[in-house]
Design a protein around this ligand. Structure first.
Ligand SMILES: [Zn+2]
Length: 400
């Protein structure tokens, strides 16, 4: 595990052979899911899409599910829905496609839509729909600029357009029985502004919060107003947790490929082709590589793979702000700083990992211990404790 040293600096408190960590959660986010054409059409004013030299198939959705099942997680599929439009409603949504009012999606309407929707709907614990966009870019008179939700410099597109694109996204989900608007968002081409951007009176976060979104994932490096972020790896924008995606391990157009290196933040970001094989029958070979890369982050004391994005949001806040002490058979948790954040999602649940040189029994009157699991490794035992808060301000957990 030499390449995971980056996480050794994560704060750990210890006493007499027992060490305690609130591990950093790692969320898997997969962009540009949803295209049926794989073509990178950018040279002829069509979207970048995935760049894979074949059409996409329902098996490409199954690949995401298999990654989720193998790791016990719910990967976020940041989805583009233009090619799921069965009724050509995008004709009436300005700037959404290269064809404008002549939008015709008939070539991508077929049984594969239902097959893919079934895979998504039958595997909700291992596949989360995250909003990415309709057409990914922003077209004016048949020519695109980047990107759909914000201009190249991160300034939000006009509010009326944002609302229309949100309505259309919800409508296409409905056409395909894919449920309501999701609660998470990845801006296309990562063009995004934190808070209100020049020429606007509201932020996109505020518009999304009104539609029950709770969380945005995007790299801060190119985000407009990043200097307004107050909490390092994440910010709170109209109650929406906005998380720094950092850098992906692979380039967006890399098909298959061998993921290697260290995830250096709380997001394992990738693009759909990174998880797929040119021959869809062989997708699982690529999925297996990601499982191998990611599994150690669950095994370490300092990190944990987020089982879903709600857990992720809560755990990230606890990881950053909840204070801990351990002494004489007690773990003391203090939520004062954590509670200062006004995120839409509550911080009711958290996970703590305890490493010990002997077997321990845990108990508490001030917090619910939802579950405890453990794993023996060499001369120590690693416990994973899932808590649900009872008391708002803090908790004491005893162990013997
Ligand atoms: Zn994208």
């Amino acid at each position: 595990m030499g390449n995971l040293q980056a996480f050794e600096s994560i704060k750990k408190v210890s006493d007499k052979g027992v060490s305690v960590v609130i591990p950093m959660p790692i969320q898997v986010v997969i962009d540009d899911v949803g295209w049926w054409s794989g073509e990178d059409g950018s040279e002829r004013q069509e979207p970048y899409r995935t760049g894979i030299s074949r059409n996409h198939v329902p098996g490409d959705y199954q690949a995401i599910v298999e990654l989720g099942k193998a790791l016990g997680i719910r990967p976020q599929a940041a989805i583009v829905l233009g090619e799921w439009d069965k009724q050509n409603i995008l004709r009436k949504v300005p700037h959404s496609t290269w064809m404008g009012k002549k939008w015709d999606n008939s070539k991508w309407v077929g049984p594969w839509l239902e097959e893919a929707a079934d895979i998504i709907n039958n595997n909700k614990d291992n596949f989360e729909i995250t909003m990415h966009g309709l057409g990914h870019e922003w077209w004016t008179d048949g020519k695109f600029t980047r990107a759909e939700w914000a201009a190249n410099n991160g300034v939000m597109r006009p509010k009326e357009d944002i609302e229309r694109h949100l309505d259309a996204f919800a409508e296409i989900l409905k056409q395909n029985n894919l449920g309501e608007l999701p609660k998470s968002f990845v801006p296309t081409a990562f063009r995004h502004g934190f808070g209100v951007t020049p020429g606007n009176e509201v932020s996109i976060a505020e518009l999304l919060a009104k539609r029950s979104f709770t969380y945005i994932n995007t790299p801060f490096e190119i985000m407009l107003n990043k200097e307004h972020v107050k909490h390092g790896p994440f910010g709170v924008d109209s109650g929406i947790l906005t998380v720094d995606r950092g850098n992906d391990l692979l380039d967006w157009y890399k098909i298959g490929g061998k993921p290697e290196g260290t995830i250096n933040g709380s997001t394992c970001g990738m693009h759909w082709p990174n998880l797929l094989h040119e021959d869809p029958e062989r997708n699982l070979e690529i999925v297996e590589r990601w499982v191998k890369l990611l599994a150690p982050y669950n095994d370490m004391q300092t990190t944990i793979l987020a089982k879903n994005s709600v857990f992720f949001q809560q755990q990230l806040v606890h990881h950053k702000y909840t204070k801990m002490k351990v002494n004489d058979g007690t773990i003391i948790l203090n939520f004062t700083d954590t509670n200062q954040l006004s995120t839409i999602i509550s911080n009711n649940e958290l996970t703590v990992k305890v490493s010990s040189n002997r077997e321990l029994v845990f108990s508490s009157d001030s917090i619910n211990i939802v579950s405890i699991s453990s794993k023996k490794e060499n001369n120590s035992i690693l416990y994973i404790l899932n808590f649900r808060k009872k008391d708002y301000e803090g908790a004491i957990v005893s162990f013997v």
